[in-house]
Design a protein around this ligand. Structure first.
Ligand code: H79
Length: 588
């Protein structure tokens, strides 16, 4: 229900608010984030009009993620709006969705209140492109969901695409020219138009982005913040064409919600509370930031009828364990259909993950990152005097070796109360004797009671002397081995290839290396690396080579004996390579 009068009232109010300094940064960050860091596991829900075409336009399967079909299929605005007439989620059962999230062991959910197609799942007063005005269903979808969350004790987050909006004039559009076989017969002409028009593909999208922000995005964010009983999370997405001034249009609203958790995707240099690696697990985490991996269960966020590429339950559990062992959260997605049903394969997986969580949840909730730099057989989490060992590869000889010197006073297998085990401790290691087969169907977790805070064996490269082909004046070789993942080594400007070297002091078997790289959201700049070891004749022999992940890299390999190791690096696109921390781990 569009009410122009609303702007007239709202705009002066906003002007007054924007004079105030945003209070958000001033609220105690740790208290505000506590429930979130304890929660670890949440449900992402991508739902909207894109569930109607469900990955098919004009009988052609449109590649890529389903909620991007309008963009990838170059669908004109008027034609896309027609899909809304078939968006009739009569099977929508918000209470069942929330209960499913709960059964999976999730503590919060985040739903797309508006995605890049501009369609609102709520009753927005500033547009008729919403579920109430544009669909036969005609009811706000988020009110009953918010109520169900409150009832079930699940925290509530709304995703909101603040910059990209492909239907309201002036909204941004991130669009590259097509490379695939597009359904639209006017592909070449539309791609040419896209190039000239800020990514748009339909003249109906033209307009001022500032007007769009003032008239649609900012008022809608006010609506979602105020009309649903208070949000716990506001999940921005894609800062396309955003700048500081545009981002600041939203800040007065946020200042009114000091406990709200926001992510790093607003743009304009605002970091928000959380980093948001999308569709990948960072190899070393982000030690100075809260972070959350968001990921799909198949290969799309919004429902696609033809995507059956489901990750296994076991894979999802391993991902949760990996993320939590690095100190992050996991936001796992479902894409309901236009009828309002979560796909059956998603339901099955969530229920199975929930079975695992029922038994092993104490190794997840409220834990801290693993104190170990590396474990060859799995992951670990820590909670007070308990170390949880997530045994990914059960030892064939039944002997689990742990580089820990604390006294171990108890050993339990969470999945098996009758479990018996022996522990021997010597030379800085503990060896836990296990049955030769795990009794957990999925990832078995062993709980240790330990005395004192974990005293772990440092990586063999810690504090060791290094060398490099060159060192920039702002950097230092020692930064590579000092355990501080925030300071860097880099070569002098202009050197896009460089090497770093470490002397371990004596020959020893090495079986893993990791490097952490400076993290810039949306950057994902990959560096080429080649790890080499000096052999008996003094020749450098390759151990492993590849590309980093753009946020670090970690790899296991067959143990190699050596004292001197070297890492050859090449920066992306002629830039200098940069490394924060380089760790070599001894075979156990
Ligand atoms: O909501 C989900 C995505 O739609 C959204 N973020 C998650 C949570 C997102 N928006 N932009 N991006 C992610 C970056 C997107 C890149 C791609 Fe594409 C979209 C890769 C493939 C499709 C655009 C079109 C770039 C290449 C083709």
């Amino acid at each position: 229900m569009k009410r122009v009068i609303f702007f007239l009232i709202l705009l002066p109010l906003l002007a007054v608010h924007s004079c105030k300094q945003p209070a958000k940064q001033e609220v105690s960050a740790e208290n505000r984030m506590q429930w979130w860091t304890d929660a670890k596991f949440g449900l992402f829900i991508h739902w909207g009009v894109y569930a109607v075409p469900a990955g098919v336009y004009k009988e052609v399967q449109i590649k890529n993620i389903g909620e991007w079909i309008m963009n990838r299929g170059k669908i004109p605005v008027a034609e896309y709006r027609e899909f809304a007439k078939q968006f009739n989620p009569v099977k929508y059962d918000p209470e069942a969705w929330v209960k499913l999230a709960k059964e999976a062991g999730m503590k919060y959910l985040v739903i797309t209140s508006k995605h890049h197609d501009g369609f609102a799942l709520f009753d927005s007063k500033v547009t008729d492109w919403d579920v109430v005005d544009a669909t036969p269903y005609g009811k706000d979808l988020l009110t009953p969901l918010a109520e169900a969350c409150k009832k079930e004790g699940i925290k509530l987050g709304f995703y909101y695409s603040q910059a990209q909006d492909w239907t309201h004039p002036g909204g941004a559009a991130a669009r590259r020219p097509a490379v695939e076989g597009w359904a639209n017969p006017d592909s070449a002409a539309i791609d040419a138009y896209t190039k000239e028009h800020r990514g748009h593909w339909d003249p109906a999208q033209e307009g001022s982005m500032d007007d769009y922000l003032d008239k649609i995005a900012v008022p809608q964010v006010k609506e979602i913040l105020e009309n649903y009983g208070g949000l716990d999370i506001l999940w921005w997405d894609t800062p396309t064409d955003m700048n500081k001034e545009r981002a600041e249009k939203f800040l007065p609203l946020l200042a009114n919600h000091p406990n709200l958790i926001t992510n790093n995707r607003l743009g304009g240099g605002y970091q928000g509370d959380t980093e948001t690696p999308e569709q990948y697990i960072p190899s070393t985490g982000f030690p100075d930031r809260h972070w959350e991996v968001c990921m799909t269960m198949n290969d799309t966020w919004g429902f696609k009828s033809w995507d059956h590429d489901w990750k296994s339950t076991n894979d999802l559990i391993l991902k949760l364990s990996d993320i939590v062992s690095k100190g992050g959260n996991f936001l796992l997605n479902v894409g309901p259909t236009a009828e309002g049903e979560i796909p059956q394969p998603s339901i099955e997986r969530l229920k199975e993950v929930g079975q695992w969580m029922k038994v092993n949840g104490e190794a997840i909730y409220g834990t801290q990152a693993s104190p170990f730099a590396w474990l060859p057989w799995g992951k670990a989490t820590l909670k007070g005097q308990n170390l949880y060992l997530h045994v990914v590869t059960w030892p064939a000889d039944g002997k689990l070796k742990l580089p820990l010197t604390n006294k171990i006073t108890g050993v339990t297998l969470l999945a098996d109360p009758g479990f018996k085990s022996e522990v021997s401790q010597s030379e800085g290691y503990a060896v836990i004797t296990l049955p030769t087969q795990s009794s957990d169907q999925w990832l078995p977790v062993i709980k240790l009671d330990i005395e004192g805070t974990p005293a772990v064996v440092s990586p063999v490269s810690s504090g060791k002397p290094g060398a490099a082909s060159s060192v920039d004046a702002s950097a230092s070789i020692a930064h590579l081995f000092d355990g501080d993942p925030l300071n860097t080594w880099k070569p002098v400007a202009g050197e896009n290839k460089a090497w770093i070297e470490v002397d371990l002091g004596e020959e020893m078997p090495v079986a893993n290396f990791s490097i952490s790289e400076p993290w810039k959201p949306w950057d994902r700049k990959r560096q080429d690396f080649e790890l080499r070891v000096k052999d008996k004749e003094g020749k450098w022999v390759t151990v492993i080579s590849g590309k980093t992940r753009g946020s670090g890299h970690s790899a296991d390999f067959e143990p190699v004996n050596g004292r001197y190791f070297r890492l050859d690096l090449a920066g992306p696109n002629g830039e200098v390579p940069v490394v924060n921390e380089w760790v070599l781990n001894r075979a156990l």
